[in-house]
Design a protein around this ligand. Sequence first.
Ligand code: RP5
Length: 169
Amino acid sequence: MSDASPPAPLVGVVMGSRSDLPTMRAAAEILRQFDVLFEAEVVSAHRTPDRLVEYATEARGRGLKVIIAGAGGAAHLPGMLAASTTLPVFGVPVQSRALSGLDSLLSIVQMPGGVPVGTLAIGASGAKNAALLAVRVLALSDEGLAAKLAGYHAKQTATVTATRVLTDD
Ligand code: RP5
């Protein structure tokens, strides 16, 4: 039996509620596509504030490099995480029922100077791009990942240029 511990996740994907999962799946899909080890957990700024501080203060020591945090409504999770860790934090505004995510966006984006949160678009596109940003950060010190990113972009470009919007037949 081997006593080697499993490799530690590099990206922490956290969300304020299980109801955020349909949005945050878009981040998980990208991280899987790039074979980036990640963990996904519910951590609520309002319902589990002690857990939030514990998660943020232990994150760097556990080997995480980037945190992606999705929340909706009074979306204080990304900002409070950024207040409690020096890791890069990317915030994803989840589309809320009451205000379509504008509340989430403004809650996350309007951070005071000195406590940065990289704020993404509302919804699944934001979650997808948060993961792509995390991959870009990791690719700064990982040539293999940088090559995969280049391939991803080349494929995306080829897909767009190969698509005709109108045909004359
Ligand atoms: C936020 O409140 C969560 O991030 C979620 O987007 C929103 C609603 O949570 P639930 O009432 O669905 O658990 O904290």
